[in-house]
Ligand binder design. Structure first.
Ligand SMILES: [Zn+2]
Length: 99
């Protein structure tokens, strides 16, 4: 299941399950998929992007599996132009990481 994260409560609930994945979209950066426990996932970033800026520059989505996250990201993008490896955060989903 993929759901848009619109409240701090939903954000915290998503992070609580370490097997979840988070998609972060950004108007000035490529879309990235992270594991819920990625060090790049920070409450202050969520607060700024979703709460303070009302998702004007990007959104957060909670996904229960990596495949769903990838599928969702590809559907939002032009599939032909996307390398799946580029969607994955290098820090938490790099090639040397076990999924
Ligand atoms: Zn990450």
């Amino acid at each position: 299941m993929v759901s848009k994260i619109e409240t701090e409560e939903a954000f915290e609930a998503c992070l609580e399950n370490k097997s979840n994945f988070i998609i972060i979209t950004d108007s000035s950066n490529p879309m990235k998929i992270h594991k819920a426990d990625c060090p790049f996932i920070k409450p202050e970033y969520f607060q700024e992007k979703v709460m303070d800026n009302e998702c004007k520059n990007g959104e957060y989505y909670c996904c229960t599996s990596l495949n769903e996250a990838i599928e969702y990201a590809l559907n939002k993008l032009n599939k032909e132009d996307v390398d799946i490896e580029d969607l994955k955060c290098k820090e938490c989903l790099g090639n040397d990481q076990k999924l």
